[in-house]
Design a protein around this ligand. Sequence first.
Ligand SMILES: Nc1nc2c(c(=O)[nH]1)N[C@H]1C(S)=C(S)[C@@H](COP(=O)(O)O)O[C@H]1N2
Ligand SMILES: [Mo]
Length: 546
Amino acid sequence: MTAQISAGILSTGVALAVGHAVAGLVAPGSSPFLAVADSVVDRAPSAVREATIDALGTADKPALLISLAGILAVLGVVVGLLERPRRPIGSLIIVALGLTGTLAAVTRPTAGPAWALPTLVGTALAVVALRLMIGALFPAPSSAPSSGAGQVSGAGAEAVAGSGTEAGPGSGAPDTSDESAPATRQGPDRRRFLILAGSAVAVIAAAGATGLALTRRAADAIAERTGLQLPRVLSRNAAAPVPAGVTPDAPGVTPFLTSNEDFYRIDTALRVPALTTADWRLRIHGMVEREIELDWESLTAREFLDRIVTLTCVSNEVGGDLAGNATWTGFPIADLLAEAGPLPEADMLLSTSVDGWTAGTPLEALTDGRDALLAVGMNGEPLPLEHGYPVRQVVPGLYGYVSATKWVVDWEVTRFDRASAYWTDRGWGERGPILTASRIDRPAPLAELEPGPVVVAGTAWAQHRGIDRVEVQVDDGPWIEATLASEYSIDTWRMWSWTWDAEPGLHTLSVRATDSTGEVQTEVRQPPIPTGATGWHNRTFRVSGS
Ligand SMILES: Nc1nc2c(c(=O)[nH]1)N[C@H]1C(S)=C(S)[C@@H](COP(=O)(O)O)O[C@H]1N2
Ligand SMILES: [Mo]
């Protein structure tokens, strides 16, 4: 019986420890144990919560965690006692616990779909561990007849628990299948059980240690960022001031600058890399005259610059919101490259993030005088962790996948005919210039409108070329020029507005932009892959009356 209990507790432990380790890769809060504890706190009736805080003070959280651990230990005992090879009741309990943990994790306020992963992986391994251990305690009959396996095995398990001495396989059990016993009767494989139980302990120890280390690193980076003060930029390095009139004067228009909270986030990182400034290095190598390695001190000894640049993702659908505009604080990439001295034959900078993602950027775009930055700040704060803390790239005019490497740690100067990068290996275009785009932002989709004047407003972008004209069309009518808001720079998006004299009925508005080269946005609808979506954005509204 002790063996069964051990099997139950160990497999429950495997679920928790593995769940915690995987959570270290996804997000600390997705750990099943913590997610359940947090959900309990959130869902507890406030009377209970207050009574607990009254009684326990700040010990309420540890008390909750200890109670939860206690409940799980008792459930682990039950799991072990009820599990049989043919009657996986213990496994079902683990699965039920796993579903509870998964539900708790994915319903946390900041959860994403990946938050289900830690509990699911932990649960799956726990069931495997339990099945293996119980299988060793209740080996399957060695030959065909197999009725009453549960009973027979039950006796075997008692035998294991009872026999305190080391013995060969099965020899401690009274009902072993060797010698005269019927084929259906076989004792527990004690050696196999001990090996499995030992492995379970090892998994728990390794996973537990990994989980703790990973979640602690994330906490280090968060704490460091909170305390980090970026120096103020000198006035000669400040961004040009934002004039009045960069946004149309109407409620509900997209703000010119996007807050860090609202800024879109796109990356392949299952877990946000937790890199501290102390651990950060940037190695510049490849086709250069001299290799350089920068650390945080040597990078930030330079003069800080502020620049406003609009980032866009190539995956943005027509009318989509994968674009944002921020003030970036950083250092000209061109100056840093010049220190290494790229060889004349080189035409690409292959940048790599700490988690191994890569982008290949045309060297020309980094050295032609545009504001390509190695950025450390976003809207006056250190970069948020998910936007590349502590150091990322920002390059006006190029989609993020070829230029905006977050958590960047390596620069290899190379050539497009020698190297390729993460998304270009997956069929996306090599150079990634941002295509001209325009979007209707208001009225909101499906808004019910009154007849009469309606302010229609939106955004258009063609980074590093600039927007020269935006036109709007009602149904199949003529194209009408909208009013452009002030231009901040050719590297930022440009807002537009137009007052529509809305008539009753169902109407579709379309928008198209013309960039400074004179090229009018094409009507041809293309999906984002391989070079970015094309086509006009439109929205249909019902205008009341009639
Ligand atoms: N390390 C890393 N950097 C990355 C990516 C990534 O997956 N990993 N995605 C890129 C893409 S596709 C875009 S559009 C931008 C988005 O930057 P943001 O998340 O700060 O908006 O980051 C780029 N930098
Ligand atoms: Mo992107």
